[in-house]
Design a protein around this ligand. Structure first.
Ligand code: AMP
Ligand code: MG
Length: 651
């Protein structure tokens, strides 16, 4: 291993650590070259405990299976030669021997010519007999005598010893991953313990002063440690044995002693966080002291995941994943899983893939391999892959996405209409029964709840009213929830419909100004006066909404040409507006009444807006759409909507 430019610069890379960025392929190749080939440690495991592990050695069958010639049916063991002349009009009579061979009974008496022995399925074939006649093909013919009217070929209904598994045969090859079928074969041979590749022990450390373990109370400005749980689970999914060391604050000496201990105990060390240029980011400096050759790549042309750091310290891989959970998860799966599986003796992961079309252009940074999570929906002719529009810090995009697509490093975009390969997160694609694309509202969950309970898969993709309308026009969804005000006609939604779309009335939501209770600047005012008061106070900060949101249109109408402090803070949801005001980041904003009340904020009603659905007429007869329309009209969801602070439209 030659020194990388990164190592030569030593401490100076504090300033420019990402100047030497390796391509994804290059980084992985160097990482693997520094680790393989290597011996795979093996261990003996009881069969019941070996599931999912790779066999370390070939397994040779120690016995024949079945161990004796065995009857396949309930019937009579006979000599087939006795039946040579048997036929419909020429029955042959047999005298029954004085035993019944049940399963697990060793036969005592031979079958002499002209005799037969009663035998059960699984019973050992007695000496002399070479065929079994099914009981259905025999008739009783007096005391201890039967009659048979058909011929039998030698070997009929007999499974010979070793016909399934022959003693000395290689039953399973080294490297075979043990599943229930393999366990069955081993058990059939009486094998209770096997040699398997030992699960690599992988130390997991989360780093960051802000991290709290799930289950404990969240301090102000703290977040829950998500990566610890993700990485631990992903290690287990890929044949490793995770050992979690907790979340360690960014204190260099403390972190170093834990990293040293973890590396002593384990075969590999996976950290997350602290890999970028932040002042508190110390783990990569520690790695440089842990062993040779040290850091192999720090900065990989991946998106998400650029700050990934790969190292090998005295033969053991040491990895720092980016802090953002989605980035951590992608880099782990893309760059670490291949190495982990090789160490565990497992074959490369085989993910299911489908071809789908992207409906919109996806911009991409030139020079970085980009992974984009997508939700799959059924279009008119093909599968459509919607990019999930959340940032790299969003963990739920994983749950809402069906898989991801890859944009090669050399492309600066993926044009709308591109057919591309989507790697699925699950073994099979599950196309949703009902697709709702547009503006999000918490009321929507109340209406779709009964659909979900009846087993329908509902997918709602929040991309704002205008994005929803565009998707509906392209026929990529069933319904587009919208709340768009038309200035000219002073009416909601209807003016925005085009041919092929029908309006389904939804509910009314009171939009209004939110502020912290007790803020005398706003208490008791009308919405217009409240905005006037806010604009008059230069210390007052607002929180806006994103372009394309119906709420944004209302805000812009109220503000006219004014651009107060906070105008450029444009979150994408009602809840974010409430959080900004509740946490004192902003003093006022506009959101809907149910969200304001849930956050305990003051609320000045402004206008009731119409939250309706643009229904794609061509999809109206689909059962899931009909189920949605029924749910929308039901007393149950109308009551739930009213309870949550919405006003269902008069039936
Ligand atoms: P860092 O690389 O440490 O600067 O982290 C980048 C971002 O990821 C910050 O917002 C961190 O709070 C966040 N982060 C780091 N580690 C974790 C973790 N274990 N769980 C959730 N978020 C994290
Ligand atoms: Mg950190």
């Amino acid at each position: 291993m030659t020194e990388t430019p990164m190592q030569k610069r030593g401490d100076s890379f504090e300033q420019d650590q990402f100047l030497t960025i390796l391509s994804r392929e290059d980084a992985l190749a160097r990482f693997e070259a520094a680790l393989f080939p290597r011996a795979i440690a093996s261990e003996r495991r009881p069969l019941s405990d070996a599931l999912g592990q790779a066999l370390a050695d070939d397994v040779v069958a120690p016995i024949d299976v079945p161990p004796f010639d065995r009857s396949n049916v309930d019937g009579f063991a006979v000599r087939s030669a006795d039946l040579a002349l048997a036929g419909e009009s020429t029955p042959v009579r047999f005298v029954l021997n004085d035993e019944i061979i049940a399963c697990g009974t060793a036969p005592m008496l031979p079958v002499a010519p002209g005799t037969a022995t009663s035998i059960a399925t699984g019973g050992p074939v007695p000496r002399g007999a070479d065929a079994i006649v099914m009981v259905e093909h025999t008739q009783p013919a007096g005391e201890r005598v039967i009659e048979i009217r058909r011929a039998a070929s030698p070997g009929q209904f007999v499974s010979y010893a070793g016909s399934d598994i022959a003693r000395g045969e290689t039953l399973l090859r080294a490297g075979t991953v043990i599943g229930s079928r393999e366990i069955g074969m081993l058990a059939a041979c009486g094998i209770a313990e096997v040699s398997v590749a030992r699960r690599p022990r992988i130390a997991v450390i989360s780093t960051g002063d802000e991290l709290v373990q799930p289950g404990l109370k969240l301090r102000p400005a703290a977040i829950y440690d998500t990566n610890g749980a993700i990485v631990t689970a992903a290690i287990r999914e890929n044949g490793g044995e995770p050992i979690f060391f907790g979340a360690i604050p960014d204190v260099e000496h403390e972190l170093e002693s834990i990293m040293r201990k973890a590396l002593d105990d384990c075969d590999m060390l996976v950290l997350s966080g602290g890999t970028s240029k932040g002042t508190g980011d110390v783990s990569h400096r520690i790695i440089a002291r842990l062993g040779k050759p040290g850091i192999i790549a720090h900065g990989v042309a991946l998106k998400p995941g650029k700050p990934l750091c790969l190292a090998v310290c005295d033969g053991k891989p040491v990895v720092i994943l980016p802090g953002f959970p989605t980035s951590a998860m992608f880099t782990f799966h893309d760059m670490i899983v291949p190495v982990l599986r090789r160490m565990a003796g497992l074959p490369p992961r085989s993910d299911a893939k489908v071809t789908a079309k992207v409906p919109v252009r996806i911009a991409s940074e030139m020079g970085r391999t980009e992974f984009v999570m997508v939700s799959l929906v059924e279009g008119a002719d093909d599968l459509i892959a919607y990019p999930s529009g959340k940032g790299s810090g969003a963990i739920t995009s994983f749950a809402q996405a069906d898989g991801f697509l890859k944009i090669e490093a050399l492309a600066d975009q993926m044009p709308a209409g591109t057919e591309t390969e989507v790697t699925l997160f699950t073994p099979h694609v599950r196309v949703p029964d009902l697709v709702i694309v547009g503006s999000h509202c918490t009321g929507l969950d109340l209406v779709t709840a009964p659909l979900a309970r009846s087993g329908l898969l509902v997918r709602s993709i929040s991309i704002g009213s205008l994005g929803g309308l565009a998707a509906a026009r392209r026929g990529e969804c069933d319904l587009a929830p919208i709340h768009l005000f038309d200035e000219a006609s002073e009416s909601y939604n209807t003016p925005f419909l085009v041919d092929g779309l029908e309006l389904v009335p939804g509910w009314r939501r009171m939009q209004g100004i939110v502020f912290r209770p007790g803020d005398t600047r706003f208490q008791g005012l009308t919405a217009q006066d409240a905005v006037r008061a806010a604009l008059a106070d230069p210390a007052c900060i607002m929180v806006n909404r994103n372009q394309g949101a119906g709420t944004r249109i209302l805000i812009d109408r109220m503000l006219g040409s004014a651009r107060p402090d906070g105008y450029w803070n444009q979150p994408r949801s009602h809840n974010a507006v409430a959080a900004a005001v509740a946490q004192n980041r902003a003093d006022w904003g506009m959101t809907i009444a149910p969200v304001a009340h849930a956050a305990g904020l003051g609320f000045i009603p402004l206008a009731e807006e119409h939250y309706d659905f643009a229904l794609v007429a061509a999809r109206k007869q689909r059962p899931a759409v009909q189920a949605f329309l029924a749910a929308l009209a039901s007393d149950e969801s109308r009551a739930a909507l009213a309870q949550a602070g919405f006003r269902p439209v008069e039936a």
